[in-house]
Design a protein around this ligand. Structure first.
Ligand code: NI
Length: 178
């Protein structure tokens, strides 16, 4: 089982590189990522979170959104944002026990490939857009706590230290984290 990297690991702060060919290695990795995500009761997982700095993330928001299915995003690119922004509480498997309200655009236009190499270009909204933006940040070396105020961030200092030192583990996360 792949282990999930947490705050303090440098791989989470690197900009991930494009995937050149969707080969067996990538497909095996995708399968292993789904296993790791489901076992941690997550609904989204980006490749840097398991130590691979490549532009790939997976989602399965079906526990929260009816009629949704698991999805694979390879070399995603946000090409446009809607005007509206909304608040939503986020959690992250790489930041166990932390939850904060983050303001993000409600709609995005995303281009990506799936595991067969098929290309997509769609406007996405709702919870799906929220999860995608959170995972996309992981590919840019960003975390959701980068979006909160300096004051709120300073209040998390002790918890962040405990995550870095291993006192707080992924197993202590709540359900449905990203
Ligand atoms: Ni996350």
């Amino acid at each position: 089982m792949l282990s999930i990297r947490v705050f303090g690991d440098n791989v989470l702060r690197k900009k991930a590189t494009r995937i050149q060919s969707i080969d067996d290695d990538i497909n095996n990795l995708i399968n292993d990522m789904f296993l790791a995500m489901y076992s941690a009761e997550g609904i989204g997982l980006a490749a840097p979170q398991i130590g691979r700095s490549i532009r790939l993330f997976i989602t399965d928001i079906s526990p929260l959104v009816e009629d949704s299915k698991k999805e694979i995003f390879i070399n995603p690119q946000i090409v446009e944002y809607g005007f509206e922004r909304e608040d939503y509480e986020e959690g992250c498997l790489s930041l166990p026990t932390i939850r904060e309200v983050v303001k993000r655009p409600s709609e995005i236009r995303l281009q990506w490939q799936d595991e067969t190499g098929k290309e997509f270009d769609e406007w996405v909204d709702g919870y799906r857009a929220r999860v995608i933006q959170h995972e996309y940040d992981h590919l840019e070396g960003k975390l959701f706590i980068d979006h909160i105020s300096t004051l709120k961030r300073s209040l998390l200092k002790k918890t962040l230290k405990q995550i870095t030192s291993g006192e707080i583990e992924v197993e202590m996360s709540e359900k449905f984290e990203l």
